[in-house]
Write a protein that binds this ligand. Structure first.
Ligand code: ATP
Ligand code: MG
Length: 264
């Protein structure tokens, strides 16, 4: 089992959109996936049509059992009408109580320890995080194998990216002290990209100069993403032949390669 976390300390850059589509796309393709909603906004929870609930809070603070917290996701949200997912998608829901987790927990390894209970049952845990950093981020850094940073090709998103990378560096020392493997930056994904604008193309160029192959193909700005979410569906269901669905599929297949690699 591997754990991947979506991060960017700038809000509204596509973390939840990509986390939910990656988790659902891999479940369609045969993987057993848990989507862990670590954001008090509970947007990943809502995107899968589940009611907001203190799933993560119950796990970490009230020591709940996984079987009482994991919610199976409804395939009609993300599969075609005549399709069953070849794998499975479960959600650990979130609500406003997630915000008080940092003041309730003292063990930085609590997320890592709890997630390990899932290791024989699932192939992947996908973590969606809020934009505001907290001590919960610290625990997530100790529980994750790799990070994906969605970013707009704009100044403030780059600032969020750079703040996030600084925090990753700070946690790298803690991981090393505990004999853990380095925390991999798997990808920086330009989102809501407008190829016909100078500002986005120039900023993408800069991103590639700095991070090279870690910068994955940009995901274009398309209204269809918001349209799908408005009717409570993921893009695979709402517009399976759209260019947006092709972008999501391409992310899924890149992740399949990563999942096939042996752990660090
Ligand atoms: N490629 C895209 N083109 C157009 N709209 C998009 C695209 N990707 C995401 N969106 C829309 O942008 C909005 C913000 O996306 P999302 O909620 O995924 O960002 P976020 O980084 O999770 O935000 P937060 O930091 O608040 O959690 C949503 O309404 C979503 O539907
Ligand atoms: Mg979000």
């Amino acid at each position: 089992m591997k754990v991947i976390t979506f991060l960017n300390e700038k809000g509204g850059v596509g973390k939840t959109t990509l986390a939910t589509h990656l988790a659902a796309g891999l479940a369609r393709a045969g993987r057993r996936v848990v989507l862990l909603d670590a954001d008090p906004q509970g947007h990943a929870t809502l995107s899968l049509g589940v009611e907001k609930a203190p799933g993560l809070y119950d796990l970490l603070v009230r020591d709940a059992r996984f079987q009482d917290v994991l919610c199976p996701a409804d395939p009609t949200r993300f599969c075609l009408p005549d399709e069953d997912p070849q794998g499975a998608l479960h959600l650990i829901p979130s609500n406003i109580e997630t915000r008080s987790i940092p003041i309730q927990i003292s063990d930085a390894f609590v997320v890592a320890d709890r997630i390990q209970e899932l290791r024989d049952l699932f192939d992947l845990v996908v973590v969606d995080t809020p934009p505001t950093p907290s001590m919960l981020h610290g625990s997530i850094y100790l529980a994750t194998d790799a990070l994906i940073y969605p970013t707009k090709c704009e100044y403030l998103s780059f600032d969020g990216l750079s703040e996030s990378l600084t925090h990753r560096e700070m946690m790298a020392a803690t991981r090393e002290r505990w004999g853990m493997p380095p925390l991999q930056v798997l990808a920086i994904i330009p989102t809501m990209f407008r190829p016909n604008t100078l500002v986005h193309t120039e900023n993408l160029h800069q991103l590639r100069e700095r991070f090279g192959e870690k910068v994955w193909p940009p995901i274009a700005l398309r209204t269809i993403w918001a349209e799908a979410s408005t009717v409570g569906q993921l893009i695979f269901r709402f517009a399976p032949s759209s260019p947006a669905a092709a972008d999501a599929e391409s992310l899924v297949s890149r992740m399949q390669h990563w999942l096939a690699e042996p752990p660090a």
